[in-house]
Design a binder for this molecule. Structure first.
Ligand SMILES: [Fe+2]
Length: 412
């Protein structure tokens, strides 16, 4: 299958963005912010002049830290630099792999454009804007975002080679949580192109000033070409998605969430199915294993009943699983982010205070804040005591951790 180039239109030509939302069809809008101050930022010098004082968290890719570095060097702290100082760092150390992975868009940049009208289409929700700054050659590996919002991604400086893969092909990507477990960013270019062509990917080289619409929950791979500055507007978050995204993240939830929530109206097509999934996860269980099995079973049932256009048959053959289990290096790949040695006794019921603290330090794993959990428990009429809430939280955290490492129902 050849790669699909993403169509480009000007704002004037864009007649019916609703159709893109309805069909979940990516498109590039070449001049979405025409006339805004942000559109005038066309060089590093100009960016430094306009936004030089904004503060950015600069660090390395989590992905590479977990793959490449010995334990002692992992989790290197980020440093805060002004955008001006980050540009200076790029001059001083041209090959640096430090970048601003993602953070909330500073008000100064936010004030340089108005929210585009098309970000008000779809379910009503407060848009969220993020900023990115990177050096030439740095890559965001193939993943999907967990927030379940539609995305308008705008390149301010530099270019990005982007590949998008629709959620329905996720089973082919051997996903661990929301990351493809193939290190596509390590492939030779030709091999990478072949990989994406096989996965029916959409692709583009996003130019400065252009905005790419990335449908919610789509897989995306972004490679920076030149020094880049970019931001996005994330919108159209439906109430049902807010609930579904609290379930453990993997490709089953990705596909089920996409199918169950209408991208235009935000309505759940099968509210009972949503309730059943939440009830399966938030039910009371003696330990995380039971919660895990019940949640996986509920998600798999929903996947096979509502995701008719998603790949039902796993792509990989049995040898892959065998290889994963036998080879330590492959094992690490299989586990992706999560360093088994760092996780405290995950099969225990509940956990100690110290374990809980160490789990909470794994901020990106702990998606379930206590208040949110409390709220959801109340929704389900559970009204737990603080101690019970803690036990349940630990139980859910462990389930989430285990979910990323789940073997039995992993497609092979
Ligand atoms: Fe992303």
């Amino acid at each position: 299958m050849p790669l699909r180039p993403i169509a480009r239109v000007s704002s004037r030509e864009l007649k019916d963005f609703r159709a893109n939302l309805r069909e979940q069809e990516p498109i590039i809008i070449t001049d979405l912010y025409r006339g805004s101050r942000i559109a005038e930022v066309d060089s590093i010098g100009r960016a430094a002049q306009e936004f030089g004082d904004i503060r950015l968290e600069i660090g390395r890719s989590y992905f590479d830290q977990h793959y490449d570095e010995p334990q002692s060097q992992a989790h290197e702290p980020d440093e805060t630099l002004s955008l001006r100082d980050y540009f200076a760092l790029l001059e001083r150390v041209p090959g640096t792999d430090r970048f601003c992975r993602e953070q909330a868009l500073p008000p100064l940049v936010r004030s340089a454009f108005d929210l585009p009208g098309i970000s008000r289409l779809g379910p009503e929700s407060k848009p969220v804007c993020m900023i990115y700054a990177a050096n030439d050659g740095l890559v965001a590996p193939l993943h999907f975002d967990l927030d379940q919002r539609e995305v308008l991604f705008t390149e301010v400086l530099g270019r990005k080679r982007i590949y998008l893969v629709r959620p329905g092909l996720a089973a082919r990507l051997c996903p661990i949580r929301n990351f493809c477990s193939f290190p596509v960013h390590r492939f030779a270019e030709e091999e990478r192109e072949a990989f994406f062509a096989f996965n029916d990917a959409h692709t583009c080289l996003l130019e400065p000033g252009e905005t790419l619409y990335i449908p919610k929950l789509w897989w995306h791979y972004l490679a920076n070409v030149g020094v880049t500055l970019a931001f996005n507007v994330r919108f159209g978050l439906a109430p049902a998605s807010v609930r579904l995204r609290t379930l453990p993240s993997n490709y089953l939830n990705q596909n089920v969430s996409r199918e169950l929530v209408d991208p235009l109206t935000g309505k759940a097509s099968d509210p009972r199915c949503v309730e059943q999934l939440l009830a399966a996860f938030y039910g009371d269980y003696p330990g995380p294993e039971e919660r895990l099995h019940a949640t996986v079973a509920a998600l798999q049932e929903a996947y096979s009943s509502v995701c008719a256009s998603s790949l039902q048959k796993p792509y990989l053959s049995g040898w892959f699983k065998a290889l994963m289990q036998q080879t330590p290096a492959k094992e690490a790949l299989y586990y992706g982010y999560y360093e088994p040695a760092k996780l405290p006794g995950e099969s225990s019921e509940g956990c100690s205070e110290a374990d809980l603290k160490s789990l909470q330090r794994l901020g990106r794993v702990n998606r379930m804040e206590p208040e949110k959990l409390d709220e959801l428990c109340r929704d389900y009429g559970l009204a737990p005591s603080v101690a019970e809430l803690k036990r349940r939280e630990a139980n859910i955290l462990y389930t989430n951790l285990m979910f990323g490492r789940y073997r039995e129902d992993w497609p092979v």
